[in-house]
Design a protein around this ligand. Structure first.
Ligand code: 5AD
Ligand code: SF4
Length: 432
């Protein structure tokens, strides 16, 4: 038998891209490809791209530049660009980087093996009517106790800074019975913790189901021990989803609810369609049903028109909420979005604000880590630790935990008393 062909995948961006990359690897496996960790060995290099900020697309072109000599040395090497830069730039990628064979947008992955078999250079950035996930093998490549499951894609919100509604298209929810079947397949392969993914996950409406109803149905699957979902928009937070946090034990005390800014004026300019008070009220409702919930968010600083007073409102919001973790970004003008037309905040001002916000968020993260010491939490083991007799896993709140446990097994969920904390991880011992 011929040696299997080797596929090297580099993934940028969000967890939805990570999920898409595994599904593409599954599709290519059907055509005899196995994945490799080294680009030099590969018969095909697949770069799954992100377009959310400018730097993300610059990285693609520098990667492609580095691949040029490899393609010269190995003319049969196939180079595929997938993801949101593929969608946004299409044929422009072939013009700037003629060494590329296939450019495929996020909705056409299922056609990838066919495109490669056809040969020649291909660009496919359609939004086909069929569901790509129905044409991709299910859960086959999955291993390990944590898995992602994309339940919804696209976004109709049109925040003024964001390319997602253009690159990923309108909101589409996958049918619940397919998701339940895929979740069962993932659990059969060892998944114990499933994160439901969507650009606007709490707008899920597959076959008229709400996200809360889907979560309750998933919670019936034996051996599925933990459920999370991300990313949510404040305006789609339904009463039944908040209630589920109070009474579905598998739904973890963790919520990623981006607010982007703490200033009402900037929230309006961003087209977020909610106020800071709306956000505070929502957080209060989550904390009322689940007092130990760990909150995370995304922030953008230096949005066009942001003044010092606006930025102070963001700092004030962060201080009032108290996040366990958060991402903050300097605004990056994306071509084709409404905000890209507006005058930018000077770079040095935006840099200084980013630094100030990041140091506040880092200190909040540290405080959240330290507050765990002395508490008992669930930890799902993901791998053996570097020290003998040690396991590494994730807490209910998604914090990394090193546990002293000579008999620990990957995939086990154990109760752990936290004994020490550092900026990015916790240490603990099992309780019997
Ligand atoms: N500039 C900077 N950050 C952005 N994000 C989205 N678009 C932009 C942009 N143009 C951030 C938002 C979003 C996260 C995924 O990326 O905070 O929640
Ligand atoms: Fe982008 Fe999220 Fe706004 Fe949708 S809700 S436009 S994905 S930032």
């Amino acid at each position: 038998m011929a040696d299997p062909k080797k596929l090297f995948i580099k993934t940028y961006g969000c967890q939805m891209n990570v999920y898409d990359s595994t599904r593409m690897a599954d599709a290519m496996a059907a055509d005899g490809y196995v994945t490799t960790e080294k680009a030099d060995d590969a018969d095909m290099v697949l770069i799954n791209t992100c377009h959310i900020r400018e730097k993300a697309s610059e990285k693609l072109f520098s990667d492609l530049g580095r691949l040029r000599p490899l393609k010269v040395a190995k003319p049969d090497l196939k180079i595929t660009v997938a993801g949101c830069v593929a969608q946004a730039e299409g044929a422009e990628i072939l013009r700037r980087a003629p060494q590329v064979d296939v450019v495929v947008g996020p909705q056409s992955y299922h056609r990838l093996p066919e495109m490669l078999r056809a040969g020649g250079q291909v660009v496919d950035t359609d939004f086909p009517a069929e569901d790509k996930f129905d044409h991709l093998p299910q859960g086959r490549g999955h291993s390990g106790p944590s898995a992602f499951l994309t339940v919804q894609e696209g976004c109709d919100k049109f925040c003024a800074f964001c390319v997602v509604p253009y690159t990923r298209g309108a909101e589409v929810s996958r049918p619940p019975e397919r998701l339940l079947a895929e979740a069962r397949a993932l659990v059969a392969r060892g998944a114990r913790d499933i994160s439901l993914l969507g650009q606007n996950v709490n707008a899920y409406h597959g076959d008229g189901w709400t996200l809360a109803r889907l979560i309750r149905a998933l919670a019936e699957i034996p051996d599925l021990l933990r459920i999370r979902y991300m990313t949510s928009h404040p305006n789609d937070m339904a009463d039944d989803l908040i209630a589920a946090h109070g009474d579905v034990p598998q739904l973890m005390p963790y919520l990623h609810l981006p607010v982007q800014s703490g200033s009402d004026r900037i929230l309006k300019a961003m087209n977020r369609k909610h106020t800071r008070d709306d956000y505070f009220r929502l957080i209060d409702r989550f904390r009322a049903v689940r007092p130990d919930i760990l909150l995370t968010s995304d922030f953008i600083v230096g949005f066009p028109g942001e003044t010092d007073a606006d930025f102070s409102q963001t700092v004030d919001l962060v201080e009032r909420v108290g996040y366990g973790m958060a991402y903050s970004f300097k605004y990056s003008a994306r071509p084709g979005t409404p905000a890209a037309e507006k005058a930018a905040v000077p770079d040095d001002v935006a840099d200084a604000r980013l630094q100030a916000l990041q140091s506040l968020l880092t200190s909040q993260q540290r405080a959240a880590q330290d507050a765990m010491v002395g508490r008992t939490v669930g930890v799902l083991y993901e791998k053996a630790g570097r020290m003998p007799g040690q396991m590494v896993g994730k807490s209910d709140h998604l914090q990394a935990v090193h546990v002293t446990d000579a008999n620990g097994k990957v995939g086990a969920l154990v109760q752990v008393r936290i004994t020490a904390s550092s900026a990015n991880s916790l240490a603990g011992v099992t309780i019997s």
